[in-house]
Design a protein around this ligand. Structure first.
Ligand code: SF4
Ligand code: SF4
Length: 186
């Protein structure tokens, strides 16, 4: 390729790039629109956590730290046995070690861990990348709503169970009300 044609080709490429629309986004003035399944950070819905330790055991980086203690509860019925349950004392994730594989979110049997698109937690001190339960809970409010079900999809088990229980309760209440009306008439 001669010098002249090389120069012309170079100039043509520069001209093309100059007239193309810029794709740069002016972050942080303009926040990026992230897809709903973005893996920004892991959020904890503490109420669902039973301290089963599955997430901590399955994490390939051993970066989930959980502490708990046992609490004794009185028997559910008179004469029954006392029950014990785990109470969460600490739940922390070290995001300096985390490789965002998502195994913890996948294996949690109680839907206590979720992906949040939140990404603004960069820090200059690596020790500040260990985030405790309060921060993990705050991130819970940034988790997007799940997409609506396909109209032909089966009703989810939890919703079907809750619906059946509500229907039964409504039936019982209606029966009781009818019985009460019958007694009043006689
Ligand atoms: S995303 Fe992967 S590496 Fe990070 S805490 Fe969960 S299991 Fe561990
Ligand atoms: S797997 Fe889920 S329920 Fe079990 S300890 Fe982890 S977050 Fe809690």
């Amino acid at each position: 390729m001669s010098l002249g044609s090389g120069l012309a080709r170079g100039l043509a490429i520069t001209l093309r790039a100059m007239t193309r629309r810029a794709v740069t986004q002016q972050y942080p003035e303009r926040m990026p629109e992230l897809p709903p399944r973005t893996r920004g950070v892991i959020a904890l819905f503490e109420e669902n956590c039973t301290v089963c330790m599955l997430c901590a055991r399955e994490c390939p980086d051993w970066c989930i730290y959980i502490d708990s203690h046992k609490e004794t509860l009185p028997p559910a019925a008179p004469g029954g046995r006392e029950r014990s349950r785990n109470v969460l004392d600490r739940f922390a994730i070290d995001f300096a070690l985390c490789m965002y594989c998502g195994i913890c979110v996948e294996v949690c049997p109680f839907d206590a861990l979720f992906w949040s698109p939140e990404f603004e937690y960069a820090t200059t001190d690596i020790r500040e990348l260990t985030h405790e339960r309060d921060t993990l809970r705050e991130w819970m409010w940034t988790v997007p709503e799940p997409p609506p079900l396909d109209p032909a999809a089966e009703e989810p088990k939890e919703i079907a169970t809750a619906r059946k229980a509500a229907e039964k309760a409504a039936e019982k209440a209606a029966e009781k009300a009818a019985e009460g009306e019958g007694r009043e008439r006689t």
